[in-house]
Write a protein of this length. Sequence first.
Lengths: 631, 159
Amino acid sequence: MAVVNMKKMTLVGLKDNMDDIIDTLHKSGSVQIIEITEEEDNASFYQKGLSDIEDRLNEYKFAIDLLKSFNPHKKGMFEQKPLINDETFNEHLKDELKYLDDIKNLHHLEEKQNELNNEKARLEGRIEVLTPWKDIGIALRRLGKGKYATIKLGTIETKNLPDFQKGAEELTYFGYEELKRVKNTVFMAISYLNNLEESANNLLMQSGFSALADEGSGTPEEIINSLNKRINAINENLAEVETNIKDIDKDWEAFTALYDYYYIQKEKFEKYDDLLMTRKTFCLQGWVPETYCEQVKDSVESTSPYCYVEFKDPAEEDNPPTLLKNNAFVTPFELITELFSLPHKGEIDPNPIMAPFFFVFFGIMLGDVGYGIALSVLMWLGERLIKPSGQGKKLMDLLLLCGISSAIWGAVFGGWFGDLFGIPALWFNPLNDPMTMLVFSLALGVIQIFTGLGMKAYINVKNGHVIDAIFDQGFWLVFLTGLLMLAIPNFRNIAAIVALIGALGLVLTQGRSKSGVIMKFLSGLVSLYGLSGYLSDVLSYSRLLALCLSGSVIAMVMNTLARMFGGGVLGFIIGLIILIVGHVFNLAISGLGCYVHSSRLQYVEFYGKFYEGGGKPFNPFKLSLKYYNYQ
Amino acid sequence: MDITLGQVFGLAAAAIAIAFPGIGSAIGVGLVGESASGLISEDPDKFGQSLLLQALPGTQGIYGLLTGFIIMSRIGLLGGNLVALTTWQGLLFLGAALPIAIVGWFSAIAQGRVAASGIGILAKRPQELAKALTYAAMVETYAVLALLGSVLLVFGIRI
């Protein structure tokens, strides 16, 4: 089937060419490099280079982030990342000193901007404190501790006022005057003789007096005015700094390109850790999909003639990563298996056989022409808008296909947004005839379970275990077939014989690994209990009926609700709103249910029969640029 | 038109079919929501995935509504012509509603617990989300079976 064969590549080359060779592999993106050294032998070699690269990366990141805060450089939804190649990288590298100068400049500008902003914040804080005092025409230089007396302006909360007043009366030579009240705050001026300072301070502290503190000397209004003037000047400076920063925006393209360039360098340097090195040579091992071997070999050899490349089949103890390759229909369904577990070494790819089942089950469960078309159209549009990649793309493709399946089954079962249009079913309506639907669901279950057993038999035969295939799967298939035939009246006699043969075969063979005749027979007998497992597996497919019904009944509920509002323009509008909201809700919740339950049937009932998984995904060493696509 | 005792039972059947699984689902969805909020406070990007887990225990409420709706349509409540059910017929409907009412209620809570611990999987190993979903779907099997039982019973009653 469709697991791609992996070859183990061993590459030995001169250290002088190492950088170029790794660069070639990086750009080819078809090799997963194996870590063959565990000690940090090479650390001294690459650490210095790596830290230099990281410094550069940080510089460019700083510049890009700063420029972004003024000009976000947002791309349109349909816009792709621009292309870039080595030539452009080299051009930018040639002028790098200039760009680094600009970045130095940016650092200065940012520093200045911060200073200005800090000062502005400080001044604004002062204004905020002074504003409530604006209408009080006392020059602040008159306040404070004089030769004999102290004068203060300040506020206390209204609730503390009575205590304050009482305390103030007990002190001789302590005067206060209420200036104004705003909400719960009393603004006041106080004065006391200096020899009372200690007790006055005590009183002020107890009543939560907060004194006005400002370094200015004029009246609050005068100070505010001069502060505002200063802020205006700062704003002008800030605008100038901003223009200077924006001027450097012309370097945007170079900054992003160089960022991507150093990012590539960084990834490359980090790989040095995985190589074996001597003083003059290095050795690299990696997994390469069979189909890419020639291509990789050619590109490496054209990079450096002084190297040795060899491809070998994985050895017994090797554990190659898994890469799947399927046709356009099956590929989206790989997601379902990826989320479960990829095939391990030597295992077959279950996707081609699983895909049709998932396709059909999802369709039956959602079972509505309207929903199916809506889902497909949404996914089609979504793919064009978001341009997903990897698993996101697979998921959207999967739902697109499942939408088509739902539309087909919807026509079969007469679901067009539930019963909205009253279009009759091509076959039958599960709501009117749930028993037929139940039998149909279980029949599909029997087909899938038989397929699963057949797959296991195939795998056994393929691995040379023909006996196991006959005893473990063959007899079960015979036994189950016999039991199923019992349901058909005319075949009762033959069915009983077939079932008996199957059962006998199982009793005689299932205990074959045990020692002693009695043990063999007993464990053979016990194995028939496995029938309950098959029974529950088949019954599990009744969820096809349940989800199909739940989706269509909720749709019906929405339609009934909408119809209740009956005629009239208003009724029509309200009805329409209910229909839209209701059906969107139902599509979302039923769609989730269909996805989860279709998956579950594959994972538990189907894969349980023959599939193990446990493979690691093929994760090649490839470029992943942030701002450009490498050409 | 006189109301028969059978009609009262029939209505009660629809009511319990809708109410109890609804209670269970509300508790289950709530449980998952509580754990999910903890996760989101650390990692807001996982909102969409946690929502998948949270929606799972909600299906029992839908199954309940479904059964209730089928009962309503069988006893003619939706068409406006309420069938004159005998007391025994009404009790039959009540009995038919029990599987989904009881199993829906408790399985939603159990599923809520599984899904809530699935939030832990999502937090530590988000790539294994499918396994968390599968665990929760295992619980749902019994709600599905109960729904199947109730629906078949409701359709089996002769009126």
